[in-house]
Design a protein around this ligand. Structure first.
Ligand code: NOJ
Length: 547
């Protein structure tokens, strides 16, 4: 099996990556066109978010057919060409398996609605009167998690959009269908898979109201979750593949179990606790500045906890659901370059497999849209409605969306500084970010001090210094607010990383290694100032020393 520990994964959201035919929507041929860019970056795998036939209510996470290509992204022949061309360059494809739910446009759901009992058992239908949903559970996109079907006199469960019906994993026939999907793509040569919200697939036997929350405690890391994953892996030979599970509101203990090699489950997991440190009262729709102490503590808990348990983290700041990290934990104005590099350095040198989301390597920023009509995301549009209906001032709602909308990461990839950023010759399906056209591939490829060059260097370092992939980890400097510092160790070597997450100068004790250590990287591209009192870090400075 490929050793996933020294690999780097590049995430592509095809809809926004590169449009090859001028219809305003990115496509598979667009990805093939840009393979050399990814190869030059040094990534080993491309995680492609869903390109399967879909009504696109949730941009492809509402799958209507798992084994085909949506014409909007191209054809199966385009997909096969992409696979072949990627392979030639030593890049693997990681496909996104959305197995918690299907679109209500899926054939199975349509047959269920037509009254076929066999397919009703593929989903979670419950009898009940039209005015009383079976439980009070809430959808993650707002509103009730149940939808009534008058023709059947039944409700169905949808943890996400009303057009994303949850599958019934207790039905062995559903589990077989899912295995066949994996086998289909394995047959095409795919060797890596990402599993969407996979820790939500195991629902309880009985459904009850949640008097404390939105229902998630009943189905998150649910009763038979490990069993289901093990069975899927065992029966499809996935143990030989690179796999990552997206784990919603999960726990460290479960993630250790999901990824301990002896358990036969997954290679690694995504968890999200570190991306909630700017949620007030744990609520995504209430703003607060990032709690940097909490961020440091969470990294320490997850890094050392997974290491102790023999588990493995997927490391990430950004994806298609998250705001851009440089706008969120960095400074996308004055310290744009320095903070983007510091954030990259801090994450890539931790213990785990790093994921880079398209454009992150360029320092792309949030969208800075100022009109609701510019937004496309179903969650953003729903919450705009919910928050304004609750009486919140419209301007305040727009400010929240500017910080939190998933569209912040879905603006077109910036290939150059032309008006459509080189993404399309047509009209893009979503507008280009309104900030920093300088964050583009053409400009950064020519500049040795660019954010892109820094990411390339970080990836090369992982391949040349085994300590990055395999070293132990211990956190330093636990009581200095705004600083995240840690030390990796392997076979007598030490790698020390110190990062200033603030716009202030900070002096930390000299952890660099008693004068014998060599500077490996610095987000200012020069050594930090080392004085008798310690290391003086300028705003958003991050540095790494090797000894
Ligand atoms: C997580 C995906 O990353 C997100 O984009 C999607 O909306 C939900 N799962 C539902 O599939």
């Amino acid at each position: 099996m490929d050793d996933f520990r020294n690999k780097v994964v590049y995430q592509i959201y095809p809809k926004s990556f590169r449009d090859s035919n001028g219809d305003g929507v990115g496509d598979l041929r667009g990805v093939t066109e840009k393979l050399d860019y990814i190869r030059a970056l040094g990534a080993d795998y491309i995680w492609l978010t869903p390109f399967f036939p879909s009504p696109q209510r949730d941009n492809g996470y509402d799958v209507a057919d798992y084994c085909a290509v949506d014409p909007m992204f191209g054809t199966m022949a385009d997909m096969e060409e992409l696979l072949r061309e990627a392979e030639k360059r030593g890049v693997g494809l990681m496909l996104d398996m959305v197995f918690n739910h299907t679109s209500t446009a899926h054939r199975w759901f349509r047959l269920a609605l037509a009254g076929e009992k066999r397919y009703q058992d593929y989903y979670i239908f419950r009898d009940g009167p039209p005015d009383a949903p079976p439980t009070n559970w809430q959808s993650k996109f707002g509103g009730s998690a149940w939808e009534y079907v008058p023709g059947l006199g039944k409700w169905y469960l949808h943890l996400f959009d009303v057009t994303q019906a949850d599958l019934n994993w207790e039905n062995p026939a559903v589990r077989e269908e899912m295995k066949n999907v994996i086998r289909f793509w394995q047959g095409k040569g795919v060797r890596a898979f990402r599993f969407d919200v996979v820790n939500l697939i195991s629902k309880p036997d009985t459904f009850e109201n949640d008097m404390e929350g939105d229902g998630r405690r009943f189905y998150t890391d649910g009763p038979r979750i490990h069993e289901h994953i093990r069975e899927l892996v065992r029966d499809t030979g996935l143990a030989g593949a690179v796999t990552v599970g997206e784990m919603s509101s999960t726990s460290l203990d479960h993630c250790v179990r999901y990824t301990q090699p002896q358990n036969g489950e997954l290679s690694m997991t995504f968890s999200f606790h570190h991306l909630k440190v700017d949620y007030r009262n744990g609520d995504k729709w209430q703003l607060q500045p990032p709690d940097l102490t909490r961020l440091r503590e969470l990294f320490e808990t997850w890094q050392t906890g997974m290491a102790r348990g023999g588990g493995w983290n997927a490391l990430f700041w950004c994806n298609h659901d998250q705001p851009r990290v440089v706008s969120r934990f960095g400074d996308d104005g004055r310290y744009w370059k320095e903070s983007a590099k510091m954030l990259a350095l801090c994450l890539h040198l931790m213990r785990g497999t790093p994921y880079i989301y398209q454009g992150e390597e360029l320092g792309m920023t949030n969208a800075y849209f100022d009109r609701i009509e510019q937004y496309r995301d179903v969650e953003s549009v729903n919450y705009f409605r919910i928050l304004t209906a609750s009486g919140m001032d419209r301007r305040q709602v727009m400010e929240i969306l500017r910080a939190r909308s998933r569209d912040n990461s879905r603006t077109p990839m910036q290939w150059n500084d032309t008006p459509n950023a080189g993404f399309t010759s047509g009209t893009p399906w979503i507008g280009v970010s309104q900030r920093n056209p300088g964050a583009n591939a053409e400009a950064e490829e020519k500049d040795a001090s660019s954010i892109l060059s820094f990411y390339r260097r970080l990836i090369r370092l992982r391949k040349t210094h085994p300590i990055i992939a395999r070293g132990d980890i211990r956190f330093l400097c636990q009581d200095q607010p705004g600083v995240i510092a840690y030390r990796r160790a392997l076979d007598g070597a030490e790698l020390t990383v110190i990062c200033n997450f603030t716009a202030e100068e900070i002096t930390v004790p000299d952890f660099s290694g008693r004068g014998e250590a060599a500077l490996l990287l610095d987000s200012y591209e020069r050594p930090p100032l080392i004085q008798a009192s310690g290391i003086r870090l300028t705003p958003f400075e991050g540095c790494a020393f090797l000894q």
